[in-house]
Ligand binder design. Structure first.
Ligand SMILES: C[S@@+](CC[C@H](N)C(=O)[O-])C[C@H]1O[C@@H](n2cnc3c(N)ncnc32)[C@H](O)[C@@H]1O
Length: 369
């Protein structure tokens, strides 16, 4: 049986997630907030296990116009919760209301939860739900009078790969790093270099791509505890994903930074991700960086100079990035920053630009080919 799912994405990255799903053989369509696909529960599990760029995978349970609390109650009651949840399941309802007649998130949450409990009690013939067992995160999103009720299959957000247990200064979210890599001109057989690698997120995400490592291989997903998920098929999906992981695939991924503390964290993250000895890093100021050998792609997330006092330094560094690219004919470069004047300080106009967000910060991804 097929269901409809939404692999959620940060603003501007919906198409990147849809393309990643398509590469997994799952036809998907980008829409606001993510990429929608129809498939089996095993495919939804595969999406959780493999996707590098999505934030979560949600199962869409119902979608309909709602104008009153009664409409919302009826819509929530129409879902066969007794087939989805366990008797002792902990029902956690989150919500949002945007430009709709129903604008009280708290009331929408309460009404939906009441509808779920009432249906469970009636269908199972029980008077009390202890809510002591598996947690079921359910979301009610009412946007322009359309309600969408979803069950989160991921649990912890998918950026939690498990390799980052220490946080450096301003690390890049793993899913954003993976998206920048997908949007960049880098192909896995080319050299990849991050000249301000910090704690190593871009380097590790590039290695995950180069080795076809399932991004969530070392973690668990909420849906693994859901009773309706096909356990055997999920085990087969995991086995197949593990088999397609070419841990020994050759790649050339390296980086440098001038902060020794960041490089220490970087080494720990590389070890946690299983790439020790394969990704090389060094303590180098990018002003003096010169690389020999084949041409490739520089990708980096330099300081943005968000505080005015830091902006001058950041802009000097943008000029240095421009010179770095000039010193390396044939190389390409991708840079993400929130500084709209970036190209002026870099010294060249970008070949392509993509607007996106790094957390709450509006940024642009500049590509120089
Ligand atoms: C925003 S952080 C990068 C974070 C990184 N993407 C991560 O995931 O941790 C910017 C990095 O640029 C480094 N940096 C600043 N000036 C530099 C320079 N001249 N040469 C090399 N690295 C520099 C900083 O030390 C810092 O680690």
């Amino acid at each position: 049986m097929e269901n409809t799912f939404l692999a959620t994405a940060a603003f501007g990255l919906e198409g990147v997630v849809a393309n990643e799903l398509k590469r997994l053989g799952i036809p998907a369509k980008a829409e606001q907030g993510g990429a929608r696909f129809t498939g089996t529960l095993a495919q939804a599990f595969e999406a959780n296990l493999q996707l590098r760029t999505a934030d979560r995978v949600l199962m869409i349970l119902a979608e309909h116009e709602v104008y009153t609390f009664e409409d919302l109650f009826q819509l929530t009651s129409s879902i066969a919760w007794e087939r989805l949840l366990t008797r002792d399941g902990m029902i956690h309802v989150s919500g949002k209301c945007v430009r709709s007649q129903l604008m009280s998130v708290r009331d929408c949450q309460a009404i939906s939860k009441k509808a779920i409990i009432t249906r469970m009690q009636q269908k199972l013939g029980i008077s009390r739900l202890p809510e002591t067992g598996t947690r079921f995160p359910i979301d009610i999103a009412v946007v322009r009078d359309n309600a969408r009720i979803t069950l989160d299959l991921s649990g912890d957000a998918l950026n939690r790969r498990g390799y980052r247990t220490w946080n450096g200064e301003a690390p890049l979210r793993e899913t954003l790093a993976a998206s920048l890599i997908d949007m960049s001109p880098w192909r896995t057989q080319m050299p990849f270099y991050d000249p301000c690698c910090g704690t190593g997120t871009l380097l590790i995400e590039a290695a995950i791509k180069a080795t076809s490592k399932p991004a969530g291989l070392s973690r668990k997903f909420a849906c693994e505890d859901y009773p309706f998920m096909p356990k055997e098929e999920m085990a087969a999906v995991r086995e197949k994903a593990q088999a397609s992981y070419s841990a020994d695939a050759p790649f050339s991924i390296a980086g440098s930074d001038l902060d020794p503390e960041a490089l220490k964290l970087c080494a720990k993250h590389i070890a946690q991700a299983g790439f020790t000895g394969k990704i090389t890093t060094s303590l180098t100021d990018l002003k003096t960086l010169t690389l020999e050998g084949d041409t490739g792609v520089f990708l980096c997330n330099p300081p943005y100079g968000e505080r005015l006092s830091d902006l001058k330094h950041a802009r000097v560094l943008y000029g240095e990035l421009g010179k770095l690219l000039k010193r390396h004919p044939g190389w390409k470069m991708g840079v993400i920053t929130s500084d709209a004047a970036f190209e002026r300080y870099f010294g060249r106009r970008a070949t392509k630009k993509r607007r996106l967000y790094n957390g709450r910060l509006e940024c642009e991804f500049f590509i120089f080919e």
